[in-house]
Design a protein around this ligand. Structure first.
Ligand SMILES: NC(=O)c1ccc[n+]([C@@H]2O[C@H](COP(=O)([O-])OP(=O)(O)OC[C@H]3O[C@@H](n4cnc5c(N)ncnc54)[C@H](OP(=O)(O)O)[C@@H]3O)[C@@H](O)[C@H]2O)c1
Length: 294
């Protein structure tokens, strides 16, 4: 563990162990990779935390729960579906920290779910926004201040390249457009939520984890998977455990409003500007898309 990770980990341990009440933590995508490492780290720093992990893999969840306190649990849900997210959030009655780490890496083109939302966009943006919307009342009433951490990519968004005439990319899908829409919409929605007076007790954070040695690339075809795995093995990637400490550090260091953080949990300031008009469009579009099958 480097000195920087040790410092972040010590800060996390101090902060989590001195909270006035043990936190209720929800980790979506908590069965693998970065989400799994965050759940385990919070569990280690604060054994009395109640940690709910959400995903589809029951055996992975069982392995993680065996390392967490008795108040922790697993909610099985396919979070590419808005209907399953609504059902899952109804099973949650307290949340202080919401970590959104669900995701996939795929080179496939637009792949609609049964709700006609692209699978990747559902995981990387729309479903995350719905989790926030459904859990906001609980986050607002958190006695220790609510926190929402989006793990995606806070560095490379460019709202000026969003296709405002086809925001869901139903007719103009490409991998780069899907990535930019998910990143830009995340940037915009946290600014919207973070600026609402009724959310003054909640902090919204968008993080870039950098290259992390997780199973994320396993579903890629071998010609894309092998170079990525080789680069990570050659030292270009960090362990999920180190990444988790930086992500938690950046999250705990944010009290209110919104913040963009990098792979070390430090603030990112160089961002493309967002206009008020973009904000309104994203809020309206998100509300429409996440109402699917209601
Ligand atoms: N690793 C990196 O280098 C890197 C770099 C930049 C950004 N990111 C972003 O960070 C996030 C986490 O990545 P990771 O590397 O930790 O990936 P990972 O190890 O593959 O974990 C992905 C998580 O998403 C969950 N998930 C995927 N599809 C789901 C579905 N339909 N329903 C429910 N859960 C689903 C998986 O749970 P189940 O298997 O249980 O369904 C798993 O817990 C992703 O959004 C990724 O894009 C990662």
């Amino acid at each position: 563990m480097s000195c920087a990770v040790q410092a972040a980990s010590a800060f996390n341990a101090r902060t989590l162990s001195s909270l006035k009440s043990p936190p209720n933590v929800v980790v979506v995508g908590g069965t693998s990779g970065i989400g799994r490492a965050i759940a385990l780290s919070i569990g280690q720093h604060c054994p009395s935390a109640s940690i709910t992990i959400i995903g589809r893999n029951q055996s992975a969840a069982d392995e993680i729960l065996s390392q967490l306190g008795s108040k922790s649990k697993f909610i099985r849900a396919d979070v590419s579906l808005m209907s399953e997210i609504r059902a899952a959030t109804k099973k949650i009655d307290a949340v202080d920290m919401l970590i959104l780490s669900q995701g996939i890496l795929t080179l496939a083109g637009r792949t609609p779910t049964t709700e006609n939302i692209d699978n990747k966009l559902a995981l990387h943006y729309y479903g995350r926004a719905l989790f926030v919307k459904e859990l906001l009342p609980l986050l607002r009433s958190s006695p220790i201040g609510g926190k929402v951490l989006f793990i995606l990519d806070s560095l490379r968004s460019n709202p000026s390249k969003v296709n405002w005439n086809d925001m869901s990319l139903e007719n103009s899908y490409s991998l780069s457009a899907a990535a930019n829409h998910a990143m830009s919409f995340t940037d915009i929605i946290i600014q919207y939520y973070g600026s609402q007076p009724e959310n003054s007790n909640v902090a919204f954070i968008h993080a870039y984890p950098s290259g992390v040695k997780t199973p994320l690339a396993n579903s890629l075809p071998f010609y894309a998977r092998l170079p990525m795995k080789a680069a990570l093995a050659a030292g270009l990637g960090v362990s999920p455990e180190d990444c988790a400490e930086y992500m938690i550090y950046g999250m705990l260091g944010t009290d209110k409003g919104w913040k963009f953080i990098d792979n070390k949990g430090e603030v990112v300031t160089k961002k493309h500007p967002v206009q008020e008009e973009m904000l309104q469009k994203v809020v309206e579009h998100t509300s429409q898309m996440t109402s699917a099958n209601q």
